[in-house]
Design a protein around this ligand. Structure first.
Ligand SMILES: [Fe+2]
Ligand SMILES: [Fe+2]
Length: 350
């Protein structure tokens, strides 16, 4: 057994003694193989030293590698099926057919438990991006992000499910806009822009046609492009009059759009997109909700694999609160604090 200070600690080492917090609760059990999140947890709690068994065997290292490979995210089945259901909605509506409230409820039933059940939804959003064209997956992604924001704001289950539905339907009005306009790979003319800006109103009409009764859902469909300073559309409603769902969906909508490839520009890497979302809280977005988005991402990112500017892959060990885009990372067995190593930076999730 050896005693080692945390600054010399490496992942994949085996703990030789139980670690308890100040209240005597077991924090980490003896024999656990240390992962970055454990080291982060210890640093946060103010520990300086731990007892370790001296060597990690080759088999244990292989087991760890296997465990890391198994952690590779796969798209949750409910989310994949919901994208297909949404494709059906949009197709039916664009061909002039109606969709029923039951179809909408069934789709919400597919995604809602998956969102509530997963701690980190960033990988799901990323997988959706790889899987589908923007318009089809966008509404499902916005629903996932919005519910996670609402959850962090303490909304109850009934409200969260309703928010999931509102976010899923926020762009439903785009079914009444020609596909070649939606996918136009260039700047829109002012006439085209005006047509595009009709989609909240078209969505409102579709909601009425399907006899949707929840006011908050209908309001969010109408208001999701309104800006906090009253410069949005269609009615230039001021921020304090906007429904909380509209403000949450607006943030989720902007974040998903920025981190997705669009016909006229490439996706922004995660941290650049967060910076841009913060910029837009000056006037366009509710700053309280953009802060919720930042803290959600910062909470779930430790332990995630990221791509670095030199092409290597690292895992995030600890987020530096004053400079979150430059976390402490681990590449192989080496810890690098990107706040000090300024030649490297995180590009995106790996
Ligand atoms: Fe929209
Ligand atoms: Fe949208």
């Amino acid at each position: 057994m050896i005693k080692l200070s945390l600054e010399h600690l490496q992942v994949n080492q085996k703990l030789a003694r139980n670690i308890y917090d100040q209240d005597g609760r077991l924090l980490l059990a003896r024999d656990i193989l240390l992962e970055p999140r454990h080291i982060e947890q210890l640093l946060k709690k103010g520990f300086e030293e731990v007892y370790l068994w001296e060597e990690t065997s080759a088999e244990e290292k292989t087991e760890l590698d296997n465990r890391a490979a198994m952690r590779k995210a796969v798209l949750l089945p409910g989310i994949g099926t919901a994208v297909e259901a949404f494709r059906e909605f949009m197709l039916s509506l664009s061909q002039g057919h109606a969709i029923t409230l039951n179809q909408v409820e069934d789709t919400v039933d597919l995604i809602y438990p998956e969102i509530i059940g997963s701690n980190n939804i960033l990988n799901q959003i990323k997988l959706l991006r790889q899987k589908d064209e923007y318009t089809m997956k966008h509404s499902v992604s916005v629903s996932i992000i919005a519910v996670k924001l609402g959850e962090g704001m303490g909304l109850n289950n009934k409200s969260l499910r309703c928010l999931a539905k509102a976010a899923l339907l926020h762009d439903i009005g785009k079914a009444r806009i020609p596909m070649d306009l939606i996918n136009k790979p260039a700047q829109l003319t002012s006439q085209e822009h005006k047509e595009m800006q009709q989609h909240p109103l078209y969505g409102f009409r579709i909601a009425q046609e399907m006899q949707l009764t929840e006011n908050e859902v209908i309001t969010a469909i109408l208001q999701h492009h309104e800006h906090f300073d009253g410069s949005g559309y269609p009615f230039k409603v001021l921020g304090h009059k906007l429904h909380i769902f509209s403000r949450i969906i607006a943030v989720a909508d902007v974040f998903d759009a920025l981190t997705s490839d669009r016909p006229y520009r490439k996706a922004l890497p995660l941290f650049e997109a967060l910076d841009e979302v913060v910029n837009r809280s000056l006037g366009h977005l509710d700053p309280f909700i953009t802060r919720r988005l930042i803290s959600y991402v910062l909470n779930v990112i430790p332990g995630e694999m990221v791509k670095l500017s030199d092409g290597s892959i690292a895992s995030v060990v600890l987020v530096n609160q004053n400079e979150p885009q430059r976390p402490m990372i681990r590449v192989k067995d080496q810890f690098i604090n990107l706040q000090e190593e300024r030649r490297l930076h995180v590009i995106d999730l790996a």
